[in-house]
Design a protein around this ligand. Structure first.
Ligand SMILES: Nc1nc2c(ncn2[C@@H]2O[C@H](COP(=O)(O)OP(=O)(O)OP(=O)(O)O)[C@@H](O)[C@H]2O)c(=O)[nH]1
Length: 375
């Protein structure tokens, strides 16, 4: 859960990637989420001649500040992905999005290994990916499975059913179940609001359970204001009635907004930094050690006898140990820095007390000399 001490004037940085087929409502969702027209909707200027252009997906950042009702501030970067699934072959699109996520990890890794740190370094790691699933009334498409399978080991993937108002309540329930079944069947490690019944407090456990039960979130978006009997709502008006975006019985929009901006923001950041990034870092370091190793022992690999096999296993163990040692060394350096800071704080506190004592003990003589000069 979010802790009050983390509230800062500048806003807590949060980077959110939104991915989904063109027309599924990414733009409307982002603008509804941010309560402002952050991304311009270009559908009005649609040019039929561009329909066959099949541009590859792009990752475009949009920066904005969000202030929640309790005053908590977020410095939000939305990463929009226009043209996803427009081309016939999506292979390139998966790679472009994955490369974007990994290149942010590479930047942090490079910064960590610098002797002199860059004080202005910007950590742009992606904290969550909202993936829009078509409201087809079926489960996942091959494309959905492939994208989530590739991205989920690198980023917290939160699947949502787009344009959920196009399904009846019954169809929506069945669709959600089919999607969950597919996620389980293909072992896709989506973000599932993790909790520990023994460690976490009751409120967090119950909230996480409730959020889990809503997955994949049914999303309805709209930046249109509609007047209903004198009260204004954000919604979508149909001949038969109005869908209220902020009504929990119409959509899961509010639950999702509050989870990513409030209750689970810290958890998403911490999983990104401590688990997803650490896994990437270990893999990357091991791969570079292995590459160095295989070039130096090419003849060993060719000979293929048992002795070589033992040697290779020994080397792998050595690499594993060296990565662990590196992580341990970083941890040790951090602890040492913390100790030094604590000592400095104690020193400052001691000298502040000493100064206060000195001024108190000199006060009477100052008072004396003042009264003497008056007489
Ligand atoms: N029924 C319904 N329509 C929606 C919803 N969200 C957006 N739309 C409509 O769907 C159309 C496309 O919405 P956009 O937000 O532009 O979709 P997009 O995914 O950003 O599409 P591109 O900009 O083409 O990449 C618009 O007419 C929206 O009004 C929704 O929740 N329900």
């Amino acid at each position: 859960m979010r802790t009050a001490k983390k509230t800062s004037k500048k806003g807590v940085p949060f980077n959110l990637l939104v991915v989904g087929d063109a027309g599924l409502g990414r733009t409307a969702f982002v603008n509804t989420l941010c309560e402002k027209p952050l991304i311009r909707n270009d559908n009005a200027n649609f040019d039929p001649s561009s329909a066959a252009s099949m541009s590859p997906v792009e990752v475009i950042p949009y920066q904005t500040d969000i202030t929640l009702e309790d005053g908590f501030r977020i410095s939000l970067t939305i990463l929009d992905t226009p043209h996803f699934n427009e081309a016939i072959d999506n292979e390139n699109n998966f790679d472009i999005i994955l490369q974007y996520v990994e290149s942010q990890y590479d930047n942090v890794l490079e910064e960590e290994t610098r002797i002199k740190r860059n004080a202005k370094f910007c950590d742009d790691r992606v904290h969550a990916l909202i993936y829009f699933i078509s409201p087809t009334g079926h489960g996942l498409r091959e494309l959905d499975i492939e994208l989530m399978k590739r991205l989920a080991p690198r980023v917290n993937v939160i699947p949502v059913v787009a344009k959920a108002d196009s399904l009846t309540a019954e169809e929506l329930k069945a669709t959600k179940q089919m999607i969950l079944d597919d996620i389980a069947y293909y072992h896709i490690p989506v973000y599932n609001f993790p909790y520990d019944e023994e460690e976490d407090d009751e409120a967090l456990v119950s909230l996480s359970k409730s959020l889990r039960s809503k997955m994949p979130f049914a999303i309805v978006s709209s930046d249109r204001l509609i007047d209903i009997n004198g009260s204004t709502i954000r919604g979508r008006a149909y001949p038969w009635g109005v869908v209220d975006v902020d009504n929990p019985s119409h959509s899961d929009f509010l639950a999702l907004r509050s989870a990513i901006f409030s209750s689970h923001l810290e958890d998403l950041q911490s999983i990104t930094n401590n688990q997803l990034y650490e896994t990437y870092r270990t893999e990357k370091l091991s791969a570079s050690h292995l590459a160095m190793d295989s070039t130096s022992s090419f003849s060993d690999v060719n000979s293929g006898n048992q002795q070589d096999q033992v040697l290779r296993e020994d080397r792998l163990r050595a690499i594993e140990l060296s990565v662990q040692r590196e992580i341990e060394e970083k941890r040790r350096q951090l602890l040492a820095r913390e100790d030094a800071l604590r000592a400095l704080e104690e020193k400052i506190a001691a000298s502040t007390t000493a100064m206060a004592n000195t001024s108190v003990s000199t006060l009477p003589s100052t008072a004396n000399s003042a009264s003497q000069s008056q007489t």
